[in-house]
Design a protein around this ligand. Structure first.
Ligand code: ATP
Ligand code: MG
Length: 566
């Protein structure tokens, strides 16, 4: 039994999620002819966020792992809320994450005809009826989980009458909200979803794909499972809030199915992250109210925002792997996501020198006009990334906070009389400084020791501190955008009676102008990623111009935030 292959694929002996175990069991039992076929069903009413990535990794990941297929299906059943812009962005983001639906791009609206005929069929079988009551009356008759609902007076209306009304609803003869189609299940069911749920309503709006063809549109519950069935889906994986819908899902499939094949719905916990929120509706509000610069604002948890921020698809997939799939709702610590991206960028990004808050240092005994190249390793984690040369000159920039006039003990950077190594170049000693009219240090003077060049014969001389620098003459100008949490509350949208906007962090974006980066970055292109040594990981933004590069800080080198808040 143990050496058995599943669809020709060796069984994974490492622990698997409960969902994967269900899939393995179904495949071993030969259910649905031993097929696995999943789908990812986004509603095109917003951009994808990292929560969706969790669903995508599972839907596509399971199909890939077990030799099956995954469909992309747009759940476009509500013509009022959906836009083509969202469809394009969703496709781009799924591809970016590394998944492929091949030629299987479907739309729930592809099935409007089939769904309509299925609804008619249910009416003819006495399993559905047109209800003439308004929505608020219908919902007032629903009862409570402990009290049965009240049957609609229209529940016993004749089949021909319901059929006639449904056809006329779709011809546009009635106003929106005046009639609905309901399935006849059980108004006393302990499951509220089973109390004659509405399956069709009148909407008189054009649809982006079907135009004016339909005046009635199926509800999510009526479209979703049936679409799964029409596409031959075997495992319909969705989030926990649909667990209570499962009996209805199964009931509808029972009415539709013709043979042994049936799709199976399995629910898992949503991805929630601290200090942000996943609701598409609220993310749209932030965009519309210009609290952020757009759907791809690097502070948002959207996939396009994370991409712009410098996240890699690998880091997101790794994170999702780490948190796993369970049946328990939880909120994941965003530091774990940051840890995943740090880990990934550590391995893949070249190290460079960038000075965010420049302070000029003049090395008074270094010849004017001279420039010599020093060699620096691109990535100590990966020898194959090689090395580069950067110019060293009499005037360089260092970080302002790498110099202190009156340093405390153990300040191993530059101070009057102190020595540091300019990384990859020479040891310098501070001989003086100037202040401007405000008393701010404006320039520092040093001498260098020519025998201490890194890699040279005198380079064994030890100093406690090493700082990064760039040649003043050769530096490239840059703007750097530093991001912090968008919200200063762990769960901004989960606070009763408090608007999430109240928790927006006013310091979530800090823009630094006049930064200086090493000349090797001159040709950097949007989305190129680097480690600025000692500072963090940075990614070139598409706002960059030929005169000024713009960098987004993806993440700092260490998790300073966790410490401050302890
Ligand atoms: P809305 O915010 O409008 O309720 P939604 O977030 O459920 O919508 P959909 O487009 O319907 O968005 O989601 C597509 C798929 O992604 C669904 O299968 C849904 O279960 C899944 N999904 C959505 N949000 C999350 C999340 N936070 N974690 C995991 N899966 C999610
Ligand atoms: Mg949804």
């Amino acid at each position: 039994m143990n050496d058995e292959k599943i669809n020709g694929i060796e069984e994974d002996k490492s622990p698997v999620s409960f969902i994967e175990q269900f899939i393995i069991d179904d495949l071993k039992e030969g259910k649905n002819g031993g097929r696995i076929h999943t789908r990812f069903p986004p509603e095109p009413n917003g951009y994808l966020h990292i929560g969706h990535a969790k669903a995508i990794c599972l839907d596509f990941g399971m199909a890939m792992k077990y030799g099956g297929k995954c469909n992309l299906r747009f759940d476009d059943t509500n013509p009022v809320r959906e836009e083509v812009e969202y469809i394009d962005s969703i496709k781009e983001d799924i591809r970016w994450l590394g998944f492929d639906w091949e030629d299987r791009e479907y739309y729930a609206s592809d099935y409007f005809g089939k769904l309509y005929y299925f609804a008619e069929d249910l009416i003819k079988r006495g399993l559905a009826y047109v209800d003439d009551q308004p929505a608020d009356v219908i919902s007032s008759q629903k009862g409570t989980p402990s009290q049965p609902g009240t049957e609609s007076p229209f529940r016993s209306r004749s089949v021909p009458e319901s059929l006639d009304l449904f056809i006329r609803m779709n011809k546009g003869e009635f106003e929106e909200g005046s009639r609905v189609l309901r399935v006849k299940i059980d108004m006393a069911s302990p499951n509220m979803q089973m109390r004659d749920p509405i399956i069709y309503r009148i909407i008189k709006a054009g649809h982006h794909r079907t135009g004016e063809t339909w005046k009635v549109y199926p509800m999510y519950d009526f479209a979703h499972g049936q679409s799964d069935y029409f596409e031959g889906i075997t495992h319909s994986l969705c989030t926990l809030e649909f667990e209570v819908h499962r009996p209805l899902y199964d009931w509808l499939i029972d009415q539709l199915k013709k043979d042994e094949y049936r799709p199976r719905q399995i629910e898992f916990n949503r991805l929630n992250l601290t200090f942000t929120m996943m609701s598409k509706r609220k993310l749209l509000e932030l965009v519309q109210e210009e609290k952020v610069s757009g759907w791809d604002d690097p502070r948002l948890p959207t996939l396009c925002g994370l991409r712009r921020r410098g996240y890699t698809p690998e880091s997101i997939r790794k994170f999702i792997d780490l948190i796993g799939y369970t049946k328990v709702e939880a909120i994941n610590d965003v530091s774990l996501l940051e840890h995943a991206v740090r880990d990934d960028l550590n391995a893949r990004t070249p190290r460079v020198f960038g000075v965010l808050n420049p302070l000029k240092v003049t090395i008074t005994n270094y010849p004017e006009g001279k420039a010599e190249n020093v060699t620096l390793i691109n990535n100590p984690e990966d020898e194959s990334m090689g090395s580069r040369e950067i110019p060293f000159t009499r005037e360089v920039y260092i970080e302002q906070d790498d110099f202190m006039e009156n340093p405390p003990n153990k300040f191993f950077r530059l101070a009057p009389g102190a020595e540091v190594r300019l990384k990859g170049a020479y040891i310098v000693k501070c001989t003086g400084f100037n202040k401007d009219v405000n008393g701010t240090i404006s320039e520092v003077f040093c001498t260098y020791d020519p025998s201490t060049r890194s890699g040279g014969s005198g380079s064994e001389k030890k100093v406690k501190g090493t700082v990064h620098w760039v040649s003043a003459e050769h530096a490239v100008d840059a703007e750097v955008r530093l991001y912090d949490r968008l919200f200063n509350h762990e769960d901004p949208s989960g606070q009763k009676d408090e608007d999430y906007r109240k928790f927006l962090n006013p310091d979530s974006l800090r823009i630094l102008k006049g930064c200086k980066v090493e000349p090797s970055l001159a040709g950097a292109r949007p989305l190129d990623k680097f480690q600025f040594q000692r500072l963090g990981y940075f990614c070139v933004d598409h706002d960059s111009t030929k005169d000024c590069l713009v960098f987004n800080r993806t993440v700092s080198l260490k998790d300073t935030w966790a410490k401050i808040n302890k």
